[in-house]
Design a protein around this ligand. Structure first.
Ligand code: GRG
Length: 291
């Protein structure tokens, strides 16, 4: 296995060539898609996919198109989330948001374009692989990003603003808006490596707990972080009366819950027959962000 930085660098190198390999995208659509895709970001989702695949003995290079596709989906979701009709943000990844640079019409299309490009990239990689692993990985990624996954979570999030926080509702939003897009890479990476159902189940369990802790730490950073550190404006959740974990449990309660989720994630790793050091360190680093 490689380091986080090595997987991140693999992703950085492959992202734009993977997009442009699809053919001639007209400007300004192409510029808008490339702008957000190359704006940085932690690249957590592709890194998780490549690491899960290599942990289980798979080939990272073969998995790379799926890792890039997932980052395209994540980037589209950020572009759309920043639109005036959703969170109405003007700063993302330390840069002006897509619609501030290209206008709302092109930003919407850039998001649509990235989602469609992701499906094209995965379908074409699956055809090249010539077996069921690629199709299965694509199904996992599209389902977690879709109308029972991330889009479902986002839909409940935007329609819950101003409501009294309820635990089931907050949990639903976090499991789908956030955790689904962390489950997808771990499960898909394992599938691409040919792992068995027991390991895929353990991967699902790990990533679900990790995803919940990830959203809790994101909520904490929204209260305690600075725009300079976060690359986006803090304080938005309170401003928009969002149904967050903090609204439910307060700052200390959220910290405690995040610690509990990380512990549960670490325990899920025990079911793996491989060296899980990468994934333990990943979970612990997440917690360090808000200690
Ligand atoms: C528009 C369908 C649709 C979904 C939007 C991404 C998203 C769903 C909303 C953004 C707001 C938010 C708090 C999402 C939860 C997931 C999350 C914390 C995303 C940010 O991910 P990072 O921290 O970002 O990995 P970078 O920039 O590092 O890639």
């Amino acid at each position: 296995m490689r380091t986080y930085d090595a997987y991140r660098e693999m992703t950085e190198q492959a992202l734009l060539p993977t997009l442009t390999s699809l053919g001639n995208i007209p400007s300004p659509l192409r510029d808008a898609m490339c702008y957000s895709l190359s704006a940085g970001g932690k690249r957590i989702r592709p890194v998780l996919l490549l690491a899960a695949c290599e942990m289980a003995g798979g080939n990272g290079e073969t998995a790379l198109p799926f890792a890039c596709a997932l980052e395209m989906i994540h980037t589209y979701s950020l572009i759309h989330d920043d639109l005036p009709a959703m969170d109405n943000d003007d700063l993302r990844r330390g840069k002006p948001t897509n619609h501030k640079v290209y206008g709302e019409d092109v930003a919407i299309l850039a998001g649509d374009g990235l989602l469609n490009a992701a499906a094209e990239v995965m379908a074409s990689a699956a055809v090249k692989m010539g077996d069921f692993r690629g199709i299965r990985a694509m199904e996992i990624i599209m389902r977690h990003a879709g109308v029972t996954g991330m889009i479902a979570g986002q839909s409940i999030d935007v329609t819950s603003e101003g409501m009294k926080p309820e635990e089931d509702r907050v949990r639903y939003i976090h499991e789908h808006k956030t955790a689904d897009l962390l489950e997808a890479p771990v499960e898909a990476g394992l599938v691409l490596a040919g792992a068995g159902d027991r390991e895929i189940c353990a991967g699902h369990e790990y990533a679900r707990h990790l995803g919940l802790a990830f959203q809790m730490t994101d909520d904490l950073l929204d209260v305690t972080g600075t725009a300079e550190k976060l690359g986006k404006h803090p304080g938005k959740d309170l401003e928009q009366d969002k149904m967050t974990w903090i609204a439910l449990r307060g700052i200390e309660g959220t910290r405690e819950d995040a610690r509990r989720e990380i512990e549960a994630a670490r325990q899920a790793l025990e079911a793996f027959p491989w060296d899980t050091g990468f994934f333990t360190a990943f979970a612990e680093n997440l917690l360090d962000r808000v200690q």
